[in-house]
Design a protein around this ligand. Structure first.
Ligand code: ADP
Ligand code: MG
Length: 245
């Protein structure tokens, strides 16, 4: 069964149809890229799946259960994780403490700002940090991390929430090309190990072709193509509209 099924999803802002009648499914553990020019409707689509926006029409099913129109917290509890374009961590806390905080929140456990995490879930936090290559940075203040390391921390935190589906909207924005490939290959490896499906947007086509199982192409709010890297590369509509050749 598909982990995510989107059917006829639509959203307009004023007179602008940002997303119109979009349908697709995501298989368990699949790495699915959503590509398209700026303004194509990618973020709007992500926000409807993640619960940040309520669709005008259509439905979203997670593991067969309708989650359409639920809020972000409820959707997260159903197993949808997100990383954001702007990294949301506490800069003065250590890298490990940020992961511990996320684990406490995910498990519904109580914490306070006075003595937030102590040693709670430290081993699980360290395992997550080791997974993203941040073991050596665990004791550092999060605020001093390099940008690429912050992205890895975000990934560790997102995986700590044990999602079935992880939404990543432009996860590699602002990174150098080599770093982009590395982050998405890491994401792919960890997601495969954990059986997490990943729906992500990415402008760098080298990264898209390198790590995706399948690619969806959105243009002016409408899906115009869907397939593996070879079929997308060869698709005349995609070449004309998106790749500009
Ligand atoms: P993408 O992520 O593919 O660049 P977006 O989903 O951000 O595209 O935007 C799709 C269209 O919807 C654009 O025309 C954009 O200007 C418009 N749009 C997105 N969000 C809003 C909003 N909150 N209010 C008004 N228009 C919006
Ligand atoms: Mg966007």
């Amino acid at each position: 069964m598909s982990v995510l099924v989107v059917q006829g999803l639509s959203k307009s802002f004023g007179g602008v149809r940002a997303v119109g009648d979009v349908s697709f499914a995501v298989a368990p553990g699949e790495m699915l890229a959503l590509i398209g020019p700026n303004g194509a409707g990618k973020s709007t689509l992500f926000n409807m799946v993640g619960g940040q926006l309520v669709p005008d029409a259509g439905s979203v099913l997670l593991g067969g259960v309708p989650i359409t129109g639920l809020g972000p917290r409820a959707i997260a509890r159903h197993g949808v994780g997100r990383t954001f374009q702007i990294t949301a961590t506490f800069g003065s806390m250590t890298v490990r403490e940020n992961v511990q905080m996320a684990l406490l929140s995910h498990k519904g456990e109580v914490w306070s700002f006075w003595r937030p995490v102590a040693g709670r879930h430290a081993a699980e936090a360290d395992a997550l940090l080791a997974g993203v290559g941040l073991a050596a940075q665990a004791e550092r203040a999060t605020g001093v991390l390099a940008y690429g390391d912050l992205k890895r921390l975000e990934l560790a935190i997102a995986l700590g929430n044990e999602p079935r589906l992880l939404l990543m909207d432009e996860p590699t924005a602002g990174m150098a090309p080599a770093e982009r490939v590395a982050l998405m290959q890491l994401t792919r490896r960890l997601a495969t190990e954990r059986g997490v499906a990943v729906l992500f947007t990415e402008h760098d086509m080298d990264v898209v072709f390198d790590v995706s199982d399948r690619i969806l192409v959105l243009n002016r709010g409408t899906l115009i193509a869907e397939g593996d890297g070879a079929s997308i590369r060869a698709n005349p509509a995609v070449r004309e509209i998106y790749l500009g050749t």
